[in-house]
Write a protein that binds this ligand. Structure first.
Ligand SMILES: C[S@@+](CC[C@H](N)C(=O)[O-])C[C@H]1O[C@@H](n2cnc3c(N)ncnc32)[C@H](O)[C@@H]1O
Length: 205
């Protein structure tokens, strides 16, 4: 599993990972973390929770991955090939304003993503997905229809999904991620939040 700190990569094996997680009962994963700001804020605000940010792109992670917090780790990995080392560990997943193949996989119920999520989650884990209008429009969906499609896909693999919540520019401004701020002041400051939880998802056991 490739981890990153500043410009430096380090391969972390299962033993090292378990040692870092040893004193934490709750592990949060921010998938498609971008520059990692949301994961950093979460780790700062919840020192008793271990927070992991994952993104397939390393370039944007340089600043926040330098942070010296004992409960924060950044991993370079694709959402469709989540590290096996996280198996059965993660109690809370956030996917904030996904685009590209991450959004595509949510819209298409890609088994690689859905099964991967199923394998990393603990029982009674929760998942929050926030989708924005511009990213969905790029994939040919309206905000409402795209959110409904993702919601349906999550239900199909076993999540219990709550009622979607609309996020306007004010809500986006208050949200602690870099992309939320950009959206708030951009041309299409609309997003939908889908909160869900699961007992067991997909075939991940
Ligand atoms: C619009 S940015 C949002 C970043 C961050 N969540 C935020 O709120 O600031 C979407 C992120 O998803 C990541 N992403 C897209 N497809 C991915 C995939 N298949 N696996 C992991 N990350 C992916 C991109 O690299 C990008 O950093």
């Amino acid at each position: 599993m490739e981890t990153i700190r500043g410009r430096t990569s380090h391969t972390l094996d299962l033993i090292e990972l378990r040692a870092r997680l040893a004193n934490y009962n709750r592990i949060t994963l921010d998938l498609g973390t971008g520059d990692g700001k949301f994961a950093f804020c979460h780790a700062e605000n919840f020192p008793g929770t271990f927070t992991i940010g994952i993104d397939s792109c390393r370039e944007n992670l340089r600043q926040y991955s330098r942070a010296n917090l004992p409960n924060l780790l950044y991993i370079i990995a694709s959402a469709q090939n989540l590290p096996r080392e996280l198996h059965g560990c993660v109690s809370y997943v956030t996917i904030n304003f996904p685009w590209g193949s991450l959004l595509e996989s949510l819209l298409n119920a890609d088994p690689l993503l859905m099964h991967g999520l199923g394998t990393i989650l603990t029982s009674r884990a929760s998942l929050d997905v926030r989708l924005n209008g511009g990213a969905l429009a790029e994939q040919g969906w309206s905000l409402e229809d795209g959110a409904a499609q993702v919601r349906e896909n999550l239900v199909r693999v076993g999540f219990q999904v709550g009622k979607p919540t609309f996020l306007d520019s004010r809500a986006l401004r208050a949200f602690p991620s870099t992309w939320a701020k950009l959206l708030a002041f951009g041309r299409d400051p609309r997003a939908i939040e889908i909160k869900s939880c699961c007992n067991r998802v997909g075939s991940g056991g």
